[in-house]
Design a protein around this ligand. Structure first.
Ligand code: NAG
Ligand code: NAG
Ligand code: NAG
Length: 339
């Protein structure tokens, strides 16, 4: 039997370690799409300093492509496409980005990305393809082809339920993927319930991450200032209500354990780090998708809605700062009547 063809899109700190783990297992033909560092890594490979794999100099997978289109032209079918980019649907829709390399009814897509309900646009566009959920807890950074991994690769792998495919098939594909990725240096485990796990993460990400990003303080200062009690905790209760209406029962003590998860650290959540760097935030997949589900289920979410609308304004500022759009020099006159 020939080896399965895997393509990984998004070779940042996380993506490169995932790719290396697959290479290490050695049961597949591995290709990657590299955009920013293509010139450098296609010549010299990656320099990896990893707490899981040690020092690796000049590593290259089987194939390196500069674009998704180039990968699609070079190979007829990919069995697996792993997406490890940031998830910013208001900038790039990943289901469109990956379209050239997804063969309907064949390619299994793995979304190793943050966010909630991110399988939905894939299942809508590719109703006969399996869509796997990967939640990674890795700590790893890319400095122009030099990777420094400081926190072990631990991931929970499951699938986003696709009503058009049997449970057995989706489960088998998910376990097959794990067998191509799991090795003695990483900790990659099957976790049956992707939905539950992503709701559980939102109790933190939709409430502490968001308020920290808006106010510019870490979670310790958020607590001491009173913002935790006044904003984040009410928002957590709303996440729990949406989950409940969606058939997901979170643990009794979830708020308490989330609040205490950064104890002793002046911790800056990822969304705050992005704002500080002037990078767009993963607002739609962390809060936008949750509010869509809340609306469908008729759950009221006043705190989360305000946080979302405020962060949309922040996102506008960040995107303008990155040059995603420009406003006219002279402010356009609106003849809208306000009352
Ligand atoms: C997928 O499942 C949904 C819901 O059961 C159904 O409406 C849709 O027609 C199905 N699509 C395909 C291509 O089978
Ligand atoms: C791997 O992760 C699972 C799930 O979080 C955990 O239960 C297990 O103890 C971990 N194993 C190792 C060797 O760290
Ligand atoms: C979501 O929260 C987890 C901690 O639960 C964190 O590791 C992750 O970076 C957060 N993701 C985003 C996009 O903020």
């Amino acid at each position: 039997m020939s080896k399965p063809n895997i393509l990984l899109i998004g070779t940042g700190g996380v993506g490169t370690i995932v790719a290396y783990g697959i290479h290490y297992v050695g049961k597949s033909n591995l290709s990657v799409v590299v955009r920013r560092d293509y010139q450098k890594v296609s010549k010299d490979g990656w320099q990896i300093d990893s707490c899981d794999y040690g020092q690796i100099k000049g590593w290259k997978p089987d194939n390196i492509y500069p674009t998704v289109e180039a990968a699609a032209e070079a190979q007829p079918v990919f069995d697996y496409v792993i997406i490890t980019t940031k998830n910013l649907p208001d900038v790039t829709k990943v289901e469109e980005l990956a379209a050239p390399v997804i063969t309907p009814e064949k390619t299994t897509v793995i979304l190793m990305q943050n966010g909630f309900d991110i399988g939905r646009p894939f299942i809508a566009k590719y109703p006969k393809n399996v869509c796997i959920s990967g939640v990674s807890h890795i700590g790893s950074h890319n400095h122009g082809g030099a990777i420094k991994q400081t926190q072990k690769d631990k991931s929970l792998i499951s699938y986003f339920v696709n009503p058009n495919l049997s449970t057995e098939y989706q489960e088998a594909k998910t376990k097959e993927f794990i067998s191509l990725y799991s090795n003695e240096n990483n900790n990659c485990t099957y976790f049956a319930d992707a939905k539950w796990y992503r709701y559980r993460k939102l109790v933190y990400n939709a409430t502490l991450n968001t308020v920290a990003a808006l106010t510019g303080v870490d979670t310790g200062r958020l607590d001491l200032s009173g913002g935790l009690a006044a904003l984040s905790i009410p928002a957590m209760r709303e996440v729990i209500s949406v989950a409940k209406a969606d058939g997901v029962e979170l643990p009794e003590d979830v708020i308490n354990s989330v609040v205490h998860s950064d104890d002793g650290d002046w911790f800056s959540p990822s969304m705050l780090v992005d704002v500080r760097k002037g990078n767009p935030i993963e607002l739609e997949v962390i809060l936008g998708n949750l509010l869509v589900v809340a609306k469908e289920l008729g759950v009221v979410t006043p705190t989360l809605t305000i946080l979302y609308e405020l962060l949309k304004v922040v996102q506008y500022r960040l995107k303008e700062g990155k040059g995603y759009f420009t406003v006219p020099e002279k402010r356009p006159i609106s003849d809208k009547f306000y009352k």
